[in-house]
Design a protein around this ligand. Sequence first.
Ligand code: PEP
Length: 278
Amino acid sequence: MEQSIESYIRNLVRDVIGQTLGGLQIQGDRQTYVIANWKMNKTLAETAEFFQELNSSKDVTVVVCPPAQLLYPAHLFIKQSGKPVHLGAQNVHWADKGAYTGETSISMLKDVGCEYVIIGHSERRQYAGEDDSLVNMKVKQALSAGLTPIICIGETLEQKNSLQTEEVLASQLFGALNKIDSSQFIIAYEPVWAIGTGQSATAELAQQTHTYIRSVLKQIFGEKAESISILYGGSANESNAAEYSKMPDIDGVLVGGASLKAKSFDGMIKVFAKGDQN
Ligand code: PEP
């Protein structure tokens, strides 16, 4: 993964101190991500234009997740631009290959340069009937091929209003991570009521929820949970990014609408890159 000399040295120091101090708990210096989820948007020409305009930054890990048919051209545009941008997919099938019309396998994603894959987005849960056990199968498939799953979890407005947020998140986490040893994944907390609505969660609420998510991850992975990045997603944009970037447990953002314009996505990258140097 691309990282600046500063964050490389910080990670090294943390690892050395961690070994020297043995069991003492040290706040992990987690990787910061700014990730674009384009959903079902953009033509080939618009994709080319986006990568020409994007500036990016080495101080955060920038991932762009275009629709499946734009993955390979996007891979070529990124290579051509020489910019520090990684490629991710929006979905993957759980099987290696076979009679699954319209689906995309993990080796196909790998073949076209993907390093990341979004799994369990609420739109797939809602429109494609994906449940936690299917999410779990897809996470295993991604990990087995060395791709980093970006696992989306989040409560609906109804669940929030009936105070079920924690229960829903815990059950989604235990379901998605069932029988998984590796902690090489990213969690994206995306409250369904905040996605595409302009009603973003306040940074304080997101921080509080991320703290809870980390406590559940600790039940599953112990202290390794400190190194798992937890991103916020849901109407994040250039104006509210700074507030999120100040929170200790918000390790970046997963961005839908505001990632479609290179300029606004760049603005968010800059905010988090600055935060990473604090
Ligand atoms: C998303 O769908 O992952 C998302 C965060 O969308 P938006 O930023 O448009 O709310």
